[in-house]
Design a protein around this ligand. Structure first.
Ligand code: AKG
Length: 481
């Protein structure tokens, strides 16, 4: 029986080559998901860069680890240098990927992700996402998705034979990338005062490593489509390599999309959902997307480090301390998590499977661990694939509230320590005992224009209205007057 044709999307490369002035409607994002529908700005500071040699050195390791912690907590995305992958290997793997995409459609479809007489979809192979519903909006890109490890589980039918170098360079690149993964995960374990090998011990020699090579094509209306829908990555960690310096990748923070500068030979790292769970939310898996452009192609290569399907993912027990630091996530088997992940991924939604609580108050980045809400049994926070509620990625800064925080009055009954989400971070703590003001609080009678008194009150105690009123030396004036 032939599969419904709407389930097999046209490859974007064909659409781009056909030179249409408008993308077909199934690629057009809905209102609210349009690339310019939310605020987009450049990152206010350069992307954090972590030197992996320094990170491992006895002398400078601690300093670099502090940088790593701040990178993880501020953006969740950072670049690495001194990572041991030769520039020539990065060039080779990108060149081989480019050569693959530049072949004829017929040649590439030998690696298709739609297979068999019944034309069923599989994750591995060349194509687009699985199309599950008529109204699913598709990404303006084509992809080659491959399992790299375990080696004996590579589905070679989906591994390109052309260019000839493809298989070997991808293999070599994957082997070298492993060192990056190990170095970062050891450093992260140390940051959390866990055993250095804690995260690495979650992997076995059967744990999957997959690669997704994305091919973004120019689009006549980049304002209507997305190269890659908003998503967070499954897995523990992901590395990303790109072939040019187009501004395309964006990361979501506090409801704003920030352009992430990328350039060739710079490897970017972001953590994935499994790390968010294992770290009990200390580190968040960043939501990111890719915008399209009218001019240029772009290729990116993302490598994902997953866990065995039967492995249970859960917060590290050493990070849990009773009611003060309860588990923020339920234990879930990787395979159950993945079932739920793909269910939502294609639609560009995220179930309530990850974040149990809203964390994006303005100061949420200060220390997520202490600021997260206690979620009790967190029924809907279950990572199992059944019964997820649904949130668009762009809404994720207001993540599903699974349990309403308790009324403070309830807490005061017999609790010796406030729960963790009430504790302010180190620098905000009221450690200095307050003193009484040495004189009575100044009282200014505005009806009689006691300007001198007002001035001295403002100067002595700073009782001003910053950003609106200002003292110009002679009188109070509105800013801009
Ligand atoms: O192309 C990019 O910059 C990002 C790709 C990505 O997010 C992914 O493959 O999951």
């Amino acid at each position: 029986m032939a599969v419904d044709s709407w389930r097999i999307p046209t490859l974007v490369q064909e659409l781009a080559a056909a030179g249409a002035h408008e993308p077909p409607s199934r690629y057009v994002r809905r209102e609210g998901e349009l690339p310019a529908g939310a605020a987009v700005v450049d990152m206010p500071e350069p992307i954090p860069v972590i030197d992996l040699c320094r990170l491992q050195s006895a002398a400078a390791g601690a300093m670099e680890a502090v940088k790593l912690r701040s990178a993880l907590q501020s953006w969740g995305v950072f670049a690495v240098i001194n990572h041991g992958i030769e520039t020539s290997l990065m060039d080779d793997v990108m060149k081989a990927s480019g050569e693959f995409f530049s072949q004829t459609l017929e040649e590439k479809q030998k690696c298709s992700n739609i297979v068999g007489n019944k034309q069923h979809f599989q994750v591995e192979g060349y194509g687009n996402d699985q199309v599950k519903t008529h109204d699913q909006v598709l990404d303006w890109s084509d992809r080659l998705h491959l399992r790299v490890r375990p080696e004996d589980e590579r589905n070679l039918a989906t591994w390109p034979k052309h260019p000839e170098s493809f298989r070997n360079v991808l293999h070599d690149y994957a082997v070298k990338s492993e060192i990056i993964k190990e170095t970062i995960l050891q450093a992260m374990a140390k940051l959390m005062e866990l055993d250095e090998a804690y995260f690495l011990n979650q992997f076995s020699d059967r744990s999957p490593v997959t690669v997704r090579i994305n091919h973004y094509l120019p689009c006549p209306r980049p304002d209507l489509v997305l190269g890659f829908k908003p998503h967070s990555d499954d897995g523990v960690l992901a590395t990303l390599l790109v072939d040019n310096d187009l501004v395309a990748l964006q990361v979501l923070r506090d409801g704003i999309w920030y352009n992430v500068p990328t350039k060739p030979h710079t490897i970017l790292i972001n953590i994935g959902d499994f790390m968010e769970v294992m770290s009990n939310g200390i580190f968040e898996s960043p939501v990111h997307r890719v915008v399209a452009n009218t001019e240029k192609e772009r290729i990116s290569l993302a490598m994902f480090y997953g866990l065995d399907p039967e492995k249970e993912i859960e917060p590290a027990s050493d990070l849990l301390h009773g009611v003060k630091q309860p588990a923020q996530y339920k234990t879930v088997k990787t395979k159950d998590y993945m079932a739920g992940f793909y269910e939502h991924f294609a639609r560009g939604t995220r179930g309530s499977l990850m974040r149990a609580i809203p964390v994006h108050s303005p100061d949420a980045r200060c220390d997520n661990l202490r600021r997260r809400c206690c979620t009790g049994d967190r029924g809907a926070a279950s990572l199992s694939s059944s019964g997820h509620s649904e949130t668009t990625m762009a809404d994720c800064h207001q993540w599903n509230i699974v349990k309403i925080p308790p009324i403070v009055q309830e807490l005061t009954a017999g609790v010796h320590e406030p729960p963790s989400q009430y504790m302010v971070c180190e620098q905000d703590r009221p450690t200095v005992t307050g003193s009484d003001m040495p004189e009575p609080i100044p009282i200014v009678d505005l009806s009689t224009g006691e300007l001198a008194k007002l001035r001295s009150a403002l100067e002595d105690w700073g009782l001003s209205l910053p950003g609106y009123w200002t003292w110009n030396g002679a009188k109070l004036a509105r800013r801009g007057d």
